[in-house]
Write a protein that binds this ligand. Structure first.
Ligand code: PRT
Ligand code: ZN
Length: 289
């Protein structure tokens, strides 16, 4: 098969917390996927990509076995059940933490207080390693799903589960006591991917990194007196240096640059003190660095 007939095969979660973010990321990379209801396989129209929709837990197996070349999963899945795959890129969505939570009025608190207790979890390996590291001997009770109800039905004293907003814990009368690990969505690939698939992965990674760089940065435009350009340039160095264009009103310029989102708020006051006016901050779609 020639390089031009090849397709990179990616495994994505069919339904759940990562499904929307995964398709959304591809869309931002200019790759559109029609995920018809109930479909298990789809093709992208504008990139040589074949998509398999699977349960998230099955994705590392499919990638390790070579059925798919790459996949998107939460880091927690691999941490629980390591597989011979490589993590090639953190993706910045699907952020959550795996935490030990205890009933609000249980009196349980420090890690030591878990000694001899029963903890329900879908992540027995990660939890066992965490307890071992903290020299705590507790009973790890594996459950699949609805972990948060285990204490109220008398199945366990505490839970170890994924948390994002914390509202599930709250509504079940639980309090987050210890963060065991933090996780986000990652792109994984089969170890030793080579040939056409490796080249297509490089092309895809280039797009993903451009999208991620763009998400972390803003395009900024402002007006300022010409004499303040050196000062403002120091605050907004941009990718090389800011663009400076004269305004129709003499003695004034428009200054344009790129700045990381969090830095913007840090320098905003200083920009104003340096004489900046009419500051516009604009989102960037792609950023080729
Ligand atoms: O059917 P399939 O097996 O594919 O789905 P699943 O039910 O196993 O997975 P899913 O969709 O729940 O999670 C997929 C991945 O999303 C996880 O492996 C994590 O990496 C990531 N992720 C991010 C989360 C959450 N946030 C999350 N909040 N996974 C699960 N949750 C659940 C958590 O288990 C709890 O029930 O959401 C609830 C807590 O949410 P909050 O907002 O109330 O704290
Ligand atoms: Zn799952």
């Amino acid at each position: 098969m020639s390089f031009f007939d090849m397709k990179l095969k990616i495994a994505l979660q069919k339904q759940g917390k990562l499904a929307e973010g995964s398709i959304g990321l591809l869309r931002k990379c200019g790759i559109n996927v029609s995920n018809g209801l109930g479909k298990l396989r789809a093709e992208a129209s504008d990139f040589p990509l074949e998509i398999y929709f699977l349960r998230d837990d099955d994705i590392p197996d499919y990638v390790a076995d070579g059925v798919a070349d790459i996949g998107i999963i939460g880091e927690n899945v691999l941490a629980e059940r390591p597989q011979p795959v490589e993590t090639v890129q953190k993706l910045g969505f699907g952020r959550c933490r795996l935490s030990i939570a205890v009933p609000k009025r249980s009196g349980l608190d420090g890690v030591d207080s878990l000694s001899g207790k029963k903890i329900a979890t879908s992540f027995p390996n990660i939890l066992t390693a965490y307890l071992h590291k903290n020299s705590v001997v507790a009973e790890v009770h594996e459950v699949n799903g609805s972990v948060e109800i285990a204490p109220s039905v008398g199945l366990a004293d505490a839970v170890c589960d994924l948390v994002s907003s914390g509202s599930t814990l709250f509504t079940n009368g639980l309090r987050e006591a210890h963060v065991v690990m933090r996780s986000e969505a990652v792109l994984i690939s089969r170890s030793g991917l080579e040939g056409g698939a490796a080249r297509l992965l490089d092309l895809l990674l280039f797009r993903i990194r451009s999208v991620k760089a763009a998400e972390q940065n803003k395009y900024i435009l402002l007006n300022a007196p010409a004499e303040s350009v050196p000062n403002i340039s120091r605050l907004l160095p941009g990718m090389r240096s800011p663009t400076v264009v004269p305004l129709a009103e003499s003695g004034w310029v428009s200054l344009q640059s790129v700045i990381s989102e969090h830095e913007f708020w840090e320098v905003c006051d200083e920009l104003k003190k340096a004489g900046a006016e009419g500051i516009l901050v604009v989102s960037i779609d792609q950023m080729i660095v």
